[in-house]
Design a protein around this ligand. Sequence first.
Ligand SMILES: Cc1ncc(COP(=O)(O)O)c(C=O)c1O
Length: 518
Amino acid sequence: MNDALQKSTPSHVLHRSLRQSYPTAVRGDGVYLIDKSGRRYLDASSGAAVSCLGHSHPAVLAAMRGQLDRLEYAHTSFFTTDAAEALGDELIANAPGEMSHVYFVSGGSEGIEAALKLARQYFVERGEPNRRHFIARWQSYHGNTLGALAIGGNAWRRAMFAPILAPSQHIAPCYAYRGQRTDETPEAYGRRVADELDAKIVELGCENVIAFVAETVAGATLGAVEPAPGYFKRFREICDRHRVLLILDEVMCGMGRCGTLHAVEAEGIAPDLMVLAKGLGGGYAPIGAVLASSGVMEAFDRGSGMFMHGHTYMGHPLACAAALAVQRTLREQNLLENVRTQGKRLRARLAARLSDHPHVGDIRGRGLFCGIELVADRASKTPFDPASRLHSRIKSEAMHRGLLVYPMGAPWTAAAATTSCLRRLSSSKSGTSTRSSASSVRRSMRLCQRPLRNPRNDIPPHGPAQPQSARIRDGISTAGLESGACSGQRSPRSPASGQTQDSKEPVIASGMKRVREA
Ligand SMILES: Cc1ncc(COP(=O)(O)O)c(C=O)c1O
């Protein structure tokens, strides 16, 4: 970042990096963020895949002002509010499967914590207190609080805190670009890696396992990686057979970013618990939610009748009013259709501009949730040396040029293109914005061959690069057992109806903005 972007006065705020100066954001304007000096940044990644409607959307701001005029806060142990009830109705009406209840929190990590505790208490309510294991995947990210970090599979983020993390179990991710063998179909690859869950449950004893947790489309660690066909169906079968809960983390990939309201809709299954955040409130207020199925809630109803959890700000009326306005805008303006249309257009443009680039290994994603994996060598898929901090250089240089992208680094690198661009795209008759957005990304990628501009400011959004580990390679080995000591019992999903690691670096694009042009 250049000097013009840096603040001159010392800050008392503990920022993400003590060594970096941050420009002061003072205003949002559709797809742009504007700093104190008047400089405009195209918010191409919607921050960390958050601002799905762009900035300063009038309908959302009006709803928030209206809520503030009526009521700013009421503690949930005394009251419910119209805003929370209306948002609950909206989410359940559009939820997959048999979801019956919503638990409101203030973000993604809090949502994951709540889901883990709901799942544990579900089994205690059912008289199975020995259930204690969570299984998740390497190369996943579920948040930075201790419980979420413990199940997450990002080795770099876990390393510092490993001695104080609760034990958790991990299986391989579904990462076809690096994991699928040349002699197998996508379906066979998906089944092979999904069957690692079966083997892990058998190893632990299904009577000891609470839940399997996964991002439906992998985001912040793996970089917009879609599951293989049939992969989640296989998980659903395995979880049902062993009576283990399936928890989906749609904090990043959900709420329309992939072209359906919930990414899991494309998988033809429903989870027992699902965590939402980011696009739920679109950045207008901190909010997350856990959707719980009727099968899970029946156990609470028949048991203690109370979830042993809670936060002061859960169900905050202002956050609920903001999220309700965001969700109604998505629905009423048919923005999911826009995501699908613009997502295809983005992918086509990225492919046309970048697929022959010597350092573009993979262009992937779903809807407007897109990533580009950069490699030092395409043929061998050799990652860039983490020490080069390429991802960080791309972020800095892009910002220097007025473009915000969301790269992760080491050992593989990627750069992001995104949402905000897309809103512009959709309103541009000539397509100029599209070209300029794609060009911006392409220009940033040319940095691959350039020396580091400013090492002091070369800090990635989540800290230093992770060391490359062999975990992903380990993960690729199969374990496809089909046993299940708990088989034949009723599914926890619906008791009534039976119904690596290591790091890596992706680039993430997200969002569904439409035409609300500034
Ligand atoms: C898939 C996923 N889960 C959980 C989280 C944590 O959410 P938050 O940062 O709101 O706590 C994130 C954040 O990036 C995420 O991508």
